[in-house]
Design a protein around this ligand. Sequence first.
Ligand SMILES: Cc1cc2nc3c(=O)[nH]c(=O)nc-3n(C[C@H](O)[C@H](O)[C@H](O)COP(=O)(O)OP(=O)(O)OC[C@H]3O[C@@H](n4cnc5c(N)ncnc54)[C@H](O)[C@@H]3O)c2cc1C
Length: 386
Amino acid sequence: MNFELSGDQLTFQTLAKAFSDNELKPNAAKWDAECTFPLETIKKAGELGFCSLYVSEDNGGMGLSKVDATIIIEELAAGCTSTTAFMTIHNMATWMVSEFGSTKLKEEWLQDLNSGSKLSSYCLTEPGSGSDAASLKTSAVKKDNCYVLNGNKAFISGSGSTDCLILMARTGDGGPGGISCFLVPADADGIEYGKNESKMGWRNQPTRIVSLKDVKIPLDNLMGQEGQGFKIAMKGLDGGRINIATCSVGTAQAALEEAQKYMNEREQFGKKIGEFQALQFKLADMTTNLVAARQMVRLAASKLENNDPDSTTYCAMAKRFATDVGFDVCNEALQIFGGYGYIQDYPLERYVRDVRVHQILEGTNEIMKMIVGRRMLLEGAARIIQ
Ligand SMILES: Cc1cc2nc3c(=O)[nH]c(=O)nc-3n(C[C@H](O)[C@H](O)[C@H](O)COP(=O)(O)OP(=O)(O)OC[C@H]3O[C@@H](n4cnc5c(N)ncnc54)[C@H](O)[C@@H]3O)c2cc1C
């Protein structure tokens, strides 16, 4: 077993860090304060391949492994958590198109999605169905030569500024088996976008309700087969959970470095605060937990890459663990900054606000525990504890 990064991975890491340091980090605070969605910067990231990280080369993407993708995402998130988190959602949705879209859909959309010149949103959640996503009510009815969609999607990241919606809707009976997945052009007649939600974090990307009223889309816009939509949505989310977990790790790494620097600068009681053992122990725990979270995320990414039968469980464990650790590390770093951590001249309060939502979305951390607990109890733990 080799835990070192390969030469290629070190190259990706250097490239991503340069982009993060030059394009993301200097602007993150301003974008947050002004709620600016940096579309031009995302396009620039797309030119480097960061909008199609794990789309196969056959489908025009970078063709990287899930582990390689985490190395890039971690560096980007250290520069701007919110922008990177949106880019990971776009990567997830683009991968779904590449894997499950019809030839016609791929011809029409994939090149632009891969390059980031067009952007995508992922639409699963509804006002009445969040954790219980399989109870969604948005309907898709086949009529003449199209599907007609009606319903509401809630909390849709990027919506109003994206070009297509990867949307789960009901074509059959209740439960997961009645759900199908569609690519819906974001400007289709009958779509309305709600107000941009005012949020605690992720303030530089829009989050809106998307309402669909008699929206007609071609039959070819079905992804996979009718009734496979929930499985497709969950497959996308396995990768999405690793990505979000990685955004927490990258942000926490940035917070840790700020704290480390500050401990060597700030003086109280005639000493550098880094000389207080209480703070040294805090820094040691932050570092240890962060390294553990990073390794857990890479392990889950590797399981997913290799189609391990327990990859969903590992992705859930990694998402739960790394997003909890990520929040705690950012929060402890804020504490090390004392009052300065709480004001916006420093990035700590933004880090805390931005990573908080990672414990909630792409399945709450309670739902992650449910996935792991069920696997352990109902299906036996033999493989998982190997
Ligand atoms: C900023 C933001 C961006 C988002 N972006 C997207 C997006 O792009 N696309 C998308 O589809 N969705 C998106 N979401 C939605 C997100 O995935 C949901 O908010 C999340 O899945 C939780 O659903 P809910 O908010 O309805 O909470 P609920 O499901 O109502 O849960 C409420 C509480 O009950 C707990 N709970 C629920 N069921 C159980 C259970 N069985 N056992 C124990 N506890 C339980 C939950 O953990 C939570 O603490 C976004 C959300 C936010 C805040």
